[in-house]
Design a protein around this ligand. Structure first.
Ligand code: UDP
Ligand code: MG
Length: 315
């Protein structure tokens, strides 16, 4: 039984898979632990699954799961972690942006008694200035809004002890903001610092649209601050409207009121309309989330599972 399983979500990573596995294997070979690698093919459309089958055939340490479609990284990670039934797990990206060479350091902290050892990046080489800036802004915003403080500049690259994995397995919410969930479970958490490298090959699946979605997801699944903000904006604008109303009334009573004031009227209507729509949107965002949650759908489906030595593919 492996004491440590490395979980790797992979979506269209055929270009880096071999290089990644070679580097990872070198690291694992040097570890005085019983190790396994679990790849989760998140519905790739390139040669990723074929590549994984080849790895499984050659390396007894490798297991592979194939999800029934692309469920997204968070679900792929969850699928992987669910299948780690014994020992601890390390979560790492397949694109070599998280250096496998850091794993021994994570393991050392784990053996010193920590439950969650996360890797915090000190530099982001090969990423555009804009991405770095937006990422920084995202973490700062999250920090202010969220009820569960997130460690800064931390991706999913981390080690989870057995009890951390057991705790995580009990969080079955559909809106899986993994960084938040990892932090939410608590236990003894600590950081290890490293330099983040540029992607080796292939393309990032992130674009700004996905990043914005991700940010909204992160904020709404870990904070109700936007709801409160809507309340405050509503309160503030009603107060302003009241004061202005008093002024208009007084003015009309004292000086009378020839038909004027179309611009102010328009302004107030448009402004209040905007605020109301915004607040509705925020409420809708949370309502949509509750709706998705109440459906209680499974988080993923496994189409195939391969282990070294399997004769026939399992469904
Ligand atoms: N990934 C996945 N499913 C997806 C998108 C990404 O399993 O729908 C995997 C991907 O193969 C990689 C990791 O998640 O191992 C991180 O993805 P990516 O490098 O695109 O994100 P970034 O490093 O730019 O944040
Ligand atoms: Mg990447």
């Amino acid at each position: 039984m492996p004491q440590l399983t490395v979980v790797v979500p992979a979506y269209n990573e055929a270009a880096v898979l071999e290089a990644f596995h070679r580097r990872l294997s070198a690291v694992l070979d040097a570890l005085p632990l019983d190790t396994a690698v679990l790849y989760v093919d998140d519905g790739s459309t390139d040669g990723t699954w074929a590549g994984l089958e080849a790895l499984v055939a050659h390396d007894p340490r490798v297991h592979a799961l194939k999800l029934s479609r692309n469920f997204g990284k968070e679900a792929a990670l969850t699928a992987g972690l669910d299948h780690v039934t014994e020992g601890a797990a390390v979560v790492i990206d397949a694109d070599l942006q998280d250096p496998p060479e850091l794993i021994p350091e994570l393991v050392a902290k784990w053996q010193a008694g920590h439950d969650v050892v996360y890797a915090t990046r000190s530099a982001r080489a090969g990423e555009t200035r804009l991405k770095r800036l937006t990422a920084a802004g995202f973490y700062r915003t999250m920090e202010r809004l969220s009820d569960t403080p997130l460690p800064r500049d931390t991706g999913d690259f981390r080690l989870l002890s057995r009890r951390a994995l057991d705790a995580l397995a009990r969080l079955r919410e559909r809106q899986r903001f993994m960084k938040g969930l990892f932090a939410w479970i608590g236990y003894r958490q600590t950081a290890v610092h490293y330099q983040r490298e540029p992607r080796q090959a292939g393309r990032t699946k992130w674009n700004y649209w996905r990043l914005i979605q991700f940010a909204i997801e992160g904020i709404t699944s870990f904070s109700t601050a936007p709801l409160r903000l809507a309340t405050w904006v509503g309160l503030g604008s009603s107060l302003l409207a009241f004061v202005y109303g008093l002024w208009v009334l007084t003015k009309a009573l004292i000086w009378g009121d020839p038909v004027r004031g179309y611009p102010t009227l328009m302004l107030v209507i448009l402004f209040l309309g905007g605020v109301q729509l915004l607040a509705l949107g925020v409420i809708g965002e949370y309502l949509g989330r509750s709706y998705a949650e109440t459906k209680q759908r499974p988080l993923y489906f496994v189409e195939e599972e391969r282990r070294h030595g399997d004769l026939s593919p399992r469904g």
